[in-house]
Design a protein around this ligand. Structure first.
Ligand code: SF4
Length: 342
């Protein structure tokens, strides 16, 4: 991960002058900057993590190479609205495959046409849906890569819709031939299509997603609506100005609040820039991939967000996410108590 500021601290520790160095580096940084601390003392990692938690500067990454460790923390909290107060486990995300017909430069899980397919598979999805129904899951989200690359996506979505209202995330570019047949069979009252569209005009969307993609996605949106589906439009943006321009477009198109999602690029996966997010920044939303159960869909292949490799029984993997969430909360409480001044 690229940092805005690099701080080489040699062999300094918290007992020998590291703290003033950290304070000084924050004084010359701006909120949101990523600060890399490089040290020959791997043992300071635990204290540095505690310092990051206490000061609200989330630790994002730690890597060791040739005897030197590099920690990256973000200066300050993530800007933007607070997370909804949903119970953990009420939303369930399924990464159906990971391969994609597109190669977007900010894809948070590095999907692309050359990404190996890592398929959850219909049998596992059917079991997940059966077990999810008894675990308080209120919504299921199916994402890809591009889920409509899968031959059996229709059956996968039918299984999910039988368990809970479901949303499928798609770039909307494959609604033709046999794929439109998969769409036709789906219950309109249980399935929403969330289609990615980043801007009101092609330039920005095509810049990130490839030439000609905006126009094909617009066609896909029209096709989905023509088949009677509710369509939610989801934009991934870099700046407040881009978000405001897209909001204006949605207003003009008379898209209701419930059918719009505008989010910032996350500094995960293929993204070279974006909002750096740690586990502590994200309220967990149980996310299942072929490789295991993750904390959140953003970065659902990154080791720091892996909760357990064991998907089944689903009740146990949900419990593992809840236990991990409780541990995060305990950290925060412990620090609040240690530094209670009055
Ligand atoms: S952002 Fe979506 S459409 Fe783009 S490569 Fe990733 S999965 Fe595919």
């Amino acid at each position: 991960m690229r940092a805005d500021v690099d701080l080489d601290i040699g062999r300094k520790t918290f007992a020998s002058g590291l703290l003033p160095e950290l304070i000084a580096v924050l004084r010359r940084s701006r909120p949101g900057d990523l600060v890399a601390v490089v040290s020959e003392e791997e043992s300071i990692g635990r204290e540095l993590e505690t310092w990051c938690r206490f000061t609200g500067n989330p630790l994002l990454e730690a890597t060791t190479e040739r005897g030197r460790t590099r920690w990256i923390f973000r200066y300050g909290a993530v800007p933007g609205p607070a997370e909804d107060n949903r119970p953990v486990g009420s939303r369930l995300w399924l990464y159906a495959n990971f391969d994609c017909n597109l190669h977007c430069d900010y894809c948070c899980v590095r999907s692309s046409p050359t990404a190996p397919r890592r398929e959850l598979g219909l049998a596992r999805v059917q079991r997940i849906a059966r077990e999810a129904a008894g675990l308080g899951v209120k919504e299921i989200f199916v994402t890809g890569g591009e889920p409509f690359l899968l031959e059996d996506i229709g059956d996968i979505l039918l299984a999910c819709a039988a368990a809970a209202p479901s949303t499928v995330l798609t770039n909307g570019m494959l609604f033709a031939g046999r794929r439109i047949e998969s769409l036709r069979a789906l219950p309109r009252d249980r399935i929403v299509l969330q289609i990615s569209l980043d801007s009101a005009t092609p330039e920005l969307h095509d810049l990130h997603r490839g030439p000609g993609t905006w126009a094909r996605t617009r066609e896909g949106i029209q096709r989905a609506r023509a088949h009677g589906f509710r369509v939610r439009l989801a934009a991934t943006v870099s700046t407040d100005a881009e978000a405001a321009a897209f909001r204006q477009f949605l207003d003009e198109e008379k898209i209701g609040a419930e059918d719009r999602v505008i989010r910032r690029i996350a500094l995960r996966g293929s993204a070279a820039e974006g909002v750096a997010l740690s586990r502590a920044d994200l309220v967990p939303e149980v996310t299942i991939t072929a490789d295991g159960v993750y904390w959140h869909p953003v970065g659902a292949e990154d080791p720091d967000l892996l909760v357990t490799r064991d998907i089944f029984p689903l009740a146990e993997s949900f419990a593992a996410v809840r236990r991990a969430f409780d541990r995060e909360g305990e950290h925060a409480n412990k620090l609040a108590k240690i530094f209670n001044c009055a």
